[in-house]
Write a protein that binds this ligand. Structure first.
Ligand code: GLU
Length: 437
C-alpha cells in the first residue's frame, strides 16, 4: 500500500515550493490508490503558529487536496522521547547537559553516535546517491528543551505512519543520509525516496518574493485559478511529453508517473503562469467566475452586494474572460461598465481623440437614437452604413468611439461594448466629446 505524506512546518504560509511537493505526493497517492497523509511539523514552538497551520490547510483545500489522515508532531513528543531513550539504553546514543545549565535536574539533550560508514540511497528521481558519514557529526535527537530535532521526529513518524515513499524537495537531500542511519539504528524498514528538483527564480537564484515565492493564498488573491496553479506547479517538474501544457487534474492522475519527474531544477516563470491561467479562464464557466468576482466587485463599489443583475454580469464576464490573465484583470478591463466618469488615459486621448469628432459622433448618436432594435447586429449595421456614407475607413471611427466610451484603446468588440453599455450611457459618453457650436 502506497502511503505518502506532506509534512509542512507551520512557520510560514504555504509557498510555491511546498505546494509543488504536496501536489506530487497527492498525485502519487491518487495514481497508486494509496493514502495521502498530512503531518504538521510543529515542534519548533517559537516559530510555529496556529495562523500558519490554518493558512496551510486552507491553501491545500483551495488547491483541491483532500487528505486521509492528519497528525501534529507537537502532540507526539512522548513517542519521540521513548525511541530516543531506547537508543540511549542500547548505547547508540548519549546524553549531554545543556551548556550553561547548573544544578540537579539539568536539562539534557539526547545525542546519536554516528559511526563512519558509506550510505547508499536509491532515489527514484536521481538514481543511486552515495554519502560518506565521515563528514556527519553526532546527531541531536532530543534537544535539551525536550523537543525532537527534525531528522529524528521525521524518521520516527515516517516509520510509525508506515510511509512507503518520501517525496520532498532537493533541499532535503543532505538530511536523507542522516535519516537513513537513524532508520537502521532503530531497525525500521527504509521507505523509498524521491527528491524533487529545486524551483529557481527567473534569474537563476532562489525564489524570492519578486520572482514568485509568494504564498499560495496571495496567488488566490491575485486572481489565479487553483486549477491553473495546480497545472503550472505540476509542469514545473514533470511533463506528459508531446509538448502538452494544459493538463487538468483528472488527466494528470491518468498520466502521472513519478519516474518521469525532471532531475534538473525548474525555473518559475510568471509569464507562463499567466498564460496558463488565461487558458483556464477562457474555458471556465462564466457563472463560476462571477461567483469568485462578486466580492471584489462589491469591494470596489462596482455592484451592490445584495442587488445586482446577475445575467448582465455573466454577459460581461463572457465578454472579457478570453482576454484575462487573472481574475483581477476583469475589474481593470471592465471598469467602464461600472464607472460613469471614465477618463481616457493621456496617450489614448492624444492618439485617438485629439481631433474634433463632433460631427461624426453626432451622426452616430442620431443613428443610435433611430435604431428600432438596439441589438449588437443593428448597431454594427448602422455604424457600417455611416462610415460608407462618410467615406472613411471603419477604424478611423472605431478607435475614437472606443476611447470615448471606455477610456481604453483595446477591449472587446465595439458593438458589443455599445450594446452592453446601453443606448443612454453610450449617448451620454459620446456627448461629452461633442462641441456645442
Ligand atoms: N517539515 C519539513 C519541511 O517543511 C519536512 C521535510 C520532509 O518532507 O521531510 O521542509
Amino acid at each position: 500500500m502506497v502511503r505518502v505524506r506532506f509534512a509542512p512546518s507551520p512557520t510560514g504560509n504555504l509557498h510555491i515550493g511546498g505546494a509543488r511537493t504536496a501536489i506530487f505526493n497527492w498525485l502519487y497517492a491518487k495514481v497508486k490508490k494509496g493514502k495521502f497523509i498530512l503531518r504538521i511539523e510543529d515542534t519548533d514552538k517559537e516559530r510555529s503558529q496556529q495562523q500558519y497551520v490554518d493558512e496551510i490547510l486552507e491553501s491545500l483545500k483551495w488547491l483541491g487536496f483532500d487528505w486521509d489522515e492528519i497528525y501534529y508532531q507537537g502532540q507526539r513528543l512522548d513517542i519521540y522521547r521513548q525511541f530516543a531513550e531506547r537508543l540511549l539504553k542500547e548505547g547508540q546514543a548519549y546524553e549531554q547537559e545543556a551548556p550553561g545549565a547548573e544544578g540537579a535536574g539539568r536539562p539534557k539533550a539526547i545525542i546519536f553516535k554516528i559511526a563512519s560508514e558509506k550510505v547508499k540511497i536509491a532515489d527514484i528521481i536521481h538514481g543511486e546517491i552515495e554519502f560518506d558519514t565521515e563528514v556527519i557529526k553526532d546527531q541531536v535527537l532530543i534537544k535539551s528543551d525536550g523537543t525532537p530535532t527534525y531528522n529524528f521526529a521525521c524518521v520516527v513518524d515516517d516509520a510509525a505512519m508506515q510511509i512507503s515513499h518520501v517525496i520532498r524537495g532537493d533541499d532535503h537531500i543532505s538530511n536523507t543520509p542522516k535519516q537513513v542511519i537513524l532508520y537502521k539504528a532503530l531497525g525500521f524498514p527504509l521507505p523509498q525516496f524521491a527528491h524533487l528538483p529545486l524551483i529557481l527564480g527567473k534569474e537563476g537564484g532562489r525564489l524570492s518574493k519578486r520572482t514568485g515565492a509568494t504564498a499560495i493564498s496571495d496567488y488566490r488573491k491575485m486572481g489565479y485559478l487553483s486549477s491553473a496553479l495546480f497545472n503550472y506547479l505540476l509542469l514545473l517538474s514533470w511533463s506528459p511529453g508531446g509538448n502538452r501544457e494544459v493538463i487538468e487534474t483528472e488527466e494528470a492522475i491518468r498520466l502521472f508517473d513519478i519516474k518521469n519527474v525532471n532531475k534538473t531544477s525548474a525555473t518559475f516563470d510568471m509569464d507562463k503562469l499567466n498564460w496558463l491561467n488565461n487558458q483556464y479562464l477562457k474555458k471556465a464557466d462564466p457563472e463560476k467566475l462571477l461567483e469568485q468576482l462578486l466580492p471584489s466587485l462589491a469591494d470596489k463599489g462596482y455592484i451592490q452586494p445584495d442587488n445586482f443583475d446577475r445575467d448582465y454580469l455573466i454577459a460581461l464576464v463572457k465578454l472579457f474572460q478570453a482576454r484575462l490573465s487573472t481574475l483581477n484583470d476583469f475589474a481593470d478591463w471592465a471598469d467602464f461598465f461600472f464607472i460613469d466618469e471614465i477618463t481616457p488615459d493621456h496617450e489614448a486621448k492624444e492618439k485617438f481623440l485629439s481631433q474634433d469628432f463632433s460631427q461624426e459622433f453626432k451622426l452616430f448618436l442620431d443613428r443610435l437614437d433611430a435604431l428600432e432594435s438596439f441589438d449588437i447586429h443593428s448597431i454594427e449595421v448602422s455604424f457600417r452604413e455611416m462610415v460608407i456614407q462618410l467615406n472613411v475607413p471603419a477604424k478611423a471611427l472605431i478607435h475614437p468611439i472606443r476611447v470615448a466610451l471606455t477610456g481604453k484603446t483595446i477591449g472587446p468588440g465595439l458593438f458589443e461594448v455599445i450594446y452592453y453599455l446601453g443606448r443612454e450611457r453610450t449617448k451620454r459618453r459620446l456627448l461629452r466629446w461633442i462641441k456645442r457650436s
